[in-house]
Design a protein around this ligand. Structure first.
Ligand SMILES: *Cc1c(COP(=O)(O)O)cnc(C)c1O
Length: 358
């Protein structure tokens, strides 16, 4: 039996979106492709209310490629990487693996990054790039990205602000021009409710101008090259055309539902899950900074999550254990993508039955 995925990626994909991938292939240098691709980037522009100085692109890759893109094409002299969990740590390590000098601002797991922490670092050292994870999937923490970006922009206007929004974009409401960031990216297997394999990047002209001054950008990670091809509604290398068909369809569905309603749906699912969690357990994130796409719950009752998942599997569902070091201490319920409140209620009812909690 298929287990429906309430994990923080990959998430459930609807049949109609999956089936879009069965279309015959087209040449990626043909006019037909430019029409498909340009249509998708127009829809992204519309959905994310992109201003003319912010451009969308789609890479055939998972989200992690963008850590490399930042390391290769954005960081010039020195970066500040904010770390509050496993994914933001991966970002920091990737910048270093690209040979870029990187200082780390680390806070305890479960805590959010706050504007004054970054200001303190920027006051004492010159950084050209700051990386932040908006929604730390490993801890379920959502950092106040708008406040952070506005503080940096106001006091350090030359700093490029790069945001990992992999597990929040298109679920949580993020409008790049309102946030005031330079680069924001998300892979398709999370809130976009598509199979893995594509990543959406929203990038300011400022960031592209910066990239032009950074040497050794590599090939697949060359942001300048990516946006040169964008002008022709193409990608530098052969993209996953089948998945682009699925994304095209998914963008229609997202636009039909509207970003405000999608955002509200995610708030409703998170509120329900977290109200339940607080009644029987406690939340892992510091209060007020809980993600609306994934709930990370302290396993205060020492429940056997593996056994729970075995029983849930019989009903056709899968939830997530804690990430890495938090494996047994926490468990996570992903409520992102196409899920609705009624589905979440149903799954939580099942958990109540299995654990015999009232
Ligand atoms: C899943 C995730 C990633 C990694 O994305 P991939 O598409 O698996 O490479 C990075 N950051 C966050 C916050 C994530 O949730």
């Amino acid at each position: 039996m298929h287990k429906k995925l309430l994990i923080p990626g990959p998430t459930e994909v609807s049949k109609q979106v999956l089936e879009e991938q069965n279309r015959p292939l087209i040449g990626h240098r043909e006019k037909e492709f430019a029409t498909l691709y340009g249509g998708i980037t127009d829809k992204l522009t519309n959905f994310f209310q992109l201003t003319p100085d912010i451009k969308p692109t789609i890479t055939t890759s998972s989200g992690t490629l963008w850590f490399d893109i930042i390391g290769r094409s954005i960081v010039k002299q020195k970066a500040l990487a904010c770390v509050n969990g496993a994914f933001s740590k991966r970002a920091a390590q990737t910048l270093q693996a690209c040979g870029k000098e990187t200082d780390i601002l680390e806070v305890e797991m479960g805590k959010a990054i706050k504007p004054d922490m970054i200001t303190e670092k920027l006051e004492n050292e010159k950084y050209d790039t700051v990386t932040i994870c908006h929604n730390e999937t490993s801890t379920g923490v959502r950092s106040p990205i708008k406040e952070i970006a506005q503080t940096i922009r106001k006091n350090y206007p030359d700093v490029i602000i790069a945001v990992d929004a992999v597990s929040s974009l298109a679920g949580d409401k993020l409008i790049p021009s309102e946030i005031g960031c330079d680069l924001l990216f998300a892979s398709t297997q999370k809130c976009f409710a598509l199979p893995p394999g594509l990543t959406i990047g929203l990038v300011t002209d400022r960031a592209i101008e910066r990239a032009k001054t950074v040497p050794n950008r590599g090939a697949y990670t060359d942001l300048v090259d990516i946006f040169e091809f964008e002008k022709k509604h193409q990608t530098p290398f052969t993209p996953n055309i089948s998945l682009l068909y699925a994304l095209n369809k998914r963008m229609d569905l997202l636009l039909d539902e509207t970003y405000d309603k999608i955002y509200q749906r995610h708030i409703d699912m998170a509120t329900y899950t977290q109200t339940w969690a607080k009644k029987h357990f406690t939340m892992f994130p510091e209060p007020g900074y809980e993600s609306i796409t994934v709930s990370c719950i302290n396993n205060t009752q020492n429940k056997d999550i593996k056994a729970l998942n075995q029983q849930l599997a019989e009903k056709g569902y899968l939830i997530s254990a804690g990430y890495g070091a938090l494996a047994d201490k926490t468990f996570r319920i992903g409520h992102m993508g196409e899920w609705r409140l009624e589905d979440i209620k149903q799954v939580i009812n099942l958990i109540d039955e299995i654990w015999e909690i009232k």
